[in-house]
Write a protein that binds this ligand. Structure first.
Ligand SMILES: [Zn+2]
Length: 403
């Protein structure tokens, strides 16, 4: 039998062994991280070498698309909702070399998210913002990140959210350049809308339908274009209480394809808006069933329920009045409905009778373009829940699918 002294000696030996092992592991991890994490780059270069992560982006300048690509580093963007659309949006902006990204999300990564892009199974259980920051920092250490793991719709968090988007820009105390809404519910969209109307903050809305086969993006300039409260039917079917959709065993459908397309359209619009190239879309829809992309512009509604929207509209009018009048010659593009040699037809998703029966703000739409959803004639604002109606959730979902 070993003596106590012998055992003590053995314990010391094992302890030393353990320390050596740990040191070796740390050294290996450091070397691995150093190989993975490139050092920060002070100035974006157009030099065409394999080690330059910006050569392809800076080539946009040489190709005459973007005048000053490097300006991207001076912008900060807030992404609210880091789910199927938001995470891909954040990744694209990170790879493009945006100056600062601010991420907001209260949720955790789940295995049920694996049908979408970006997150990986080993991240399950981590908060979405934490997991996203880790991945994105590895992709591009030049980007500054700020993350907030909370729900922006609670009173306290909403105040903090407003403070951060109005003062958390690249230069401390300055607002962010854009807020991107990548959330999946009405309540959060309304919170972003309220904050941006009050602050006069330009933002972009994005959404994917519950049946996963249509989506849209929308640029909202407070006072100038329709806000989310001016014309909400474009986004959600208001007759379904979203909380009932989150019932045990019931969930909305989602596809990585539709979410990827919508994230791509959103970030394309962000790049065009920030770097001033091409035509920035005010509203761009995507219908996957027909591969149809309706585009339009909607003016703000003078009767909007949001008082800050009405105030912004007054301010916009005053500002417009001081501007010298520029004569804009609008070329009316004729929509051809007759058969053409390619057999292209414009198809309406909502029937005329459905549109007539709908209430609330209805945008004046050009022919061939229609709203994705309409509010049914009954008072949708009363907050009817599925339980209070005669119809089952399945019936309502089936109705939505028909839309
Ligand atoms: Zn409004």
């Amino acid at each position: 039998m070993a003596t106590v002294e012998e055992l003590k000696l053995r314990v010391r030996e094992l302890e030393n062994e353990l320390i050596k092992c740990k040191q070796k592991q740390n050294a290996m991890e450091d070397a691995h991280n150093q190989a993975l994490n490139r050092p920060k780059i002070d100035k974006m270069s157009a030099e065409v070498v394999d080690s330059n992560p910006y050569s392809r982006l800076m080539a946009l300048k040489r190709m005459g698309i973007v005048e000053d690509y490097e300006k991207i580093r001076t912008f900060s963007v807030a992404v609210v909702g880091v789910g199927g659309v938001g995470s891909v949006t954040a990744e694209m902006l990170t790879r493009c070399g945006i100056g600062k990204l601010m991420l907001f999300d209260y949720d955790k990564v789940e295995l049920a998210n694996m049908n979408r892009l970006f997150f990986q199974p080993h991240q399950a259980g981590l908060s979405k913002v934490e997991a996203a920051e880790h991945t994105l920092r590895n992709i591009n250490p030049d980007v500054a990140f700020e993350t907030h793991n909370y729900n922006i719709t609670t009173l306290e968090n909403f105040t903090h959210f407003m403070d951060r988007i109005s003062r958390g820009g690249l230069e401390d105390g300055m607002p962010v350049d854009l807020v991107l809404s990548c959330v999946d519910n009405f309540e959060a969209r309304m919170a972003i809308n309220t904050a941006c109307n009050e602050l006069g903050q330009i933002w972009m809305e994005s959404g994917v339908s519950e049946n996963a086969v249509s989506g849209h993006i929308q640029l909202i300039v407070p006072g100038e274009t329709a806000c989310f409260a001016c014309a909400p039917p474009l986004v959600v079917a208001a007759n379904i209480d979203e909380k009932t959709l989150k019932r045990e065993g019931v969930c909305a459908a989602s596809l990585p394809t539709t979410m990827g397309v919508v994230a791509g359209l959103l970030v394309q619009n962000v790049l065009k808006y920030l770097l001033r190239f091409g035509t920035v879309s005010y509203y761009l829809g995507y219908n996957a069933m027909q591969d149809f992309f309706p585009a339009m512009t909607m003016k703000a509604n003078p009767q909007c329920n949001d008082r800050h929207c009405r105030r912004q509209q007054e301010e916009y009018k005053k500002k417009e009045a001081t501007q010298p009048k520029v004569e804009v010659v609008q070329e009316e593009e004729e929509v051809v409905h007759e058969d053409n040699e390619w057999g292209i037809q414009l198809v309406s998703e909502v029937s005329d009778s459905e549109l007539q029966a709908a209430t609330g703000a209805r945008p004046d739409l050009p022919e061939g373009i229609t709203v994705a959803y309409t509010i049914p004639a009954q008072d949708a604002a009363a907050g009817d829940t599925v339980e209070e109606t005669e119809q089952s959730l399945e019936d309502l979902m089936a109705q939505m699918r028909k839309l």
